[in-house]
Design a binder for this molecule. Sequence first.
Ligand SMILES: [Zn+2]
Ligand SMILES: [Zn+2]
Length: 163
Amino acid sequence: MAKKKCKRCDSVIDSLGFCMDVTCPFSDHKQTCPTGWVGHPARKEILVKEGLRLSDKCSCRLRVKRAKDYTCFEYSAYLDRRDKVLDKKPEGCPYDIGDVVVVEETQAVGVVLGCICEDGDLRTDVDGMRCWSSPGYLRFATVEDIRTLRCSDKLKKEFRSDS
Ligand SMILES: [Zn+2]
Ligand SMILES: [Zn+2]
């Protein structure tokens, strides 16, 4: 299979979808993320052509394949307010199992393990239960977060396997 090339700089893309040229914005963002085109003179035209949103907001959603690898415990996926197991995610929760998130209070990067509860909390592998329903507690992590914030070696390895 031919190696995939970066749309912006033509460098090789690693197995996780990131450009291997560290000076390229796509080294921190997937090829589908509008943020990868920031600073490009034809940014607007390119975003339109590529069918991407015209915002600079990062749309990369980092996920691990097996959230179970990040815990020794069996957590239920979704719960109602009385801790009864639900078969689908509580309405309005943007996070799902395996998503990589930043816990804002402690600036730690972690993995959503489960216990996504209707009462507005969920469990991560760092810092336990955290609130998903109000802003300011959790956010989706970026590759940059994994490089710069507190983060397990395992997670670091998962997202920078080729470097
Ligand atoms: Zn590139
Ligand atoms: Zn991005």
